[in-house]
Design a protein around this ligand. Structure first.
Ligand code: AMP
Ligand code: GLY
Length: 429
């Protein structure tokens, strides 16, 4: 007999809608819950309002609803130790413990690990004193990269265009612009190349490569303007050839997983490597200790297997021998954001046409920042929707995604018109 289980997903973004969409297809789930969820997630999971910053509240909810497995979406609860607290209460959870989540929680921690274990990354130094940081800047040239050490909601990386701006950035960050996240900074070499995202599952020992993706961080067409959490993505990323994947595994992923285990702080969960593909091969820009957003939307669109057994095996140390299969198709997601994003934007604006878009062949509308009020969908965040499509090629997936967007009526939102351009240029060749 096969017993089904209750599962809880923590989070409220497009990544969590994608995870709930994938988990909703699992044959092993009795009831799928999501806390707090959003206006789209409520179609595939039971949304519950829980203060997910309070481990005790999450544990109480799990106990009173017979939750056997928790999937933690965002980085903040991982860095704060939610998985440690759940484990102490005897509840199985997907995601790293706090001492391993430091790979994302502290950029200095991640860079020091690279230095110690010879993992290719940009040259760097760490500072908590502005005077010392500025002395170091004198030995560097523009462009240089300055990062707040801690979590800053994707805004903690500055690439100044002059030395004066670099010095002012040091003062801003160490002066408290990002609060405690900027009590320390990393100054690093600017790397030239094409970026790619690479995802693996690991149980601390074994590694299961998932898939590659490329996201578009800049807000404007042609990858211009300020950085955002991601305005679109596609998978697979053609720059990640089989050879590039192998090199990334051998020189970056495996040494990291081995180093964390050797230190007595094994990493379990999804490890997301942000890579720069340079002339000298792949180099690590940063680690994230969670699935990417919006990359997860395209990974889930290509996934052919039940995701639950793979996530549980990752959490339980049983990943050896587990595999997942992928559709041959490409997937692409276009993010629709509220006008003004990533600066100030309006909330609670009405969005129409979502059902018409969602009904199209190969299209899934994933919600990132919405709520449902009286059968109306209202925006609640900066990034609001992810229109996800599959196709024989990135070119075809893009065409389908944008024709779905044509059906959406949201005067207060916008999207980029060129998601996937690098891959499409390659396909045209
Ligand atoms: P991160 O939050 O560390 O991923 O940085 C955000 C973005 O800043 C990255 O996606 C890159 O586009 C850029 N970036 C970060 N570090 C570097 C670097 N050392 N060289 C060039 N670009 C970088
Ligand atoms: N798409 C970038 C991220 O999830 O950090």
């Amino acid at each position: 007999m096969h017993l089904k289980m209750n599962v809880l997903v923590i989070g409220s973004g497009g990544r969590e809608h994608a995870l709930c969409w994938a988990l909703g297809k699992s044959s092993e789930i009795e009831t799928l819950y999501c806390a707090p969820g959003n206006g789209g997630i409520q179609d595939v999971a039971k949304c519950v309002s829980l203060n997910t910053e309070k481990s005790d509240d999450v544990i109480d909810f799990c106990k009173s609803n017979a939750i056997e497995f928790v999937v933690v979406g965002p980085e903040a609860p991982l860095v704060a130790g939610l998985v440690d607290d759940l484990a102490a209460a005897g509840i199985e959870a997907f995601g790293p413990r706090a001492n391993a989540a430091a790979l994302e929680g502290s950029k200095g921690f991640m860079k020091d690990l690279c230095r110690e274990f010879d993992i290719p990354t940009a040259a760097y130094e760490r500072f908590s004193d502005a005077k010392a940081a500025k002395e170091y800047l004198k030995t560097q040239s523009i462009p240089v990269v300055i990062k707040a050490d801690g979590l800053a909601a994707g805004k903690g990386v500055i690439i100044p265009t002059s030395m004066a701006e670099a010095e002012a950035t040091v003062d801003d960050i160490l002066g408290g612009k990002f609060g405690g996240a900027g009590a320390e900074i990393v100054i690093e070499e600017f790397m030239q190349g094409e970026e790619a995202s690479f995802f693996v599952l690991t149980d601390g020992t074994d590694i299961l490569p998932l898939a590659t993706a490329q996201d578009h961080k800049a807000v404007g067409d042609g990858d211009t303007g300020p950085n955002t959490g991601g305005m679109g993505a596609y998978s697979p990323a053609p720059v990640m050839t089989d050879e590039m994947i192998q090199t990334t595994l051998e020189t970056i992923i495996k040494p990291t997983v081995a180093a964390m285990a050797a230190r007595g702080t094994p990493y379990t969960g999804v490890l997301y490597a942000g890579l720069m593909i340079t002339e000298d091969g792949p180099k690590l820009i940063e680690y994230n200790v969670r699935f990417g957003d919006p990359e997860t939307q395209v990974l889930c669109a290509r996934l052919n297997s039940d995701i639950l057994p793979a996530l549980r095996a990752t959490a339980n140390g049983n990943l050896s021998g587990v595999s997942v299969s992928w559709k041959d198709e490409a997937a692409l997601v276009v993010v629709m954001a509220a006008n003004g994003y990533p600066d100030a934007y309006v909330k609670n604006t009405e969005i129409g046409g979502l059902a018409e878009a969602n009904e199209m062949d190969g299209v899934t509308v994933l919600h990132a920042g919405t709520k449902k009020v009286d059968q109306k969908i209202l925006s609640t965040g900066g990034r609001v929707l992810g229109i996800t499509a599959t196709g024989k090629s990135v070119t075809e997936a893009q065409k389908i995604a944008y024709s779905a967007i044509n059906k959406i009526n949201w005067p207060d939102g916008f999207c980029r018109s060129d998601i996937g351009w690098r891959a499409i240029a390659r396909e045209e060749k």
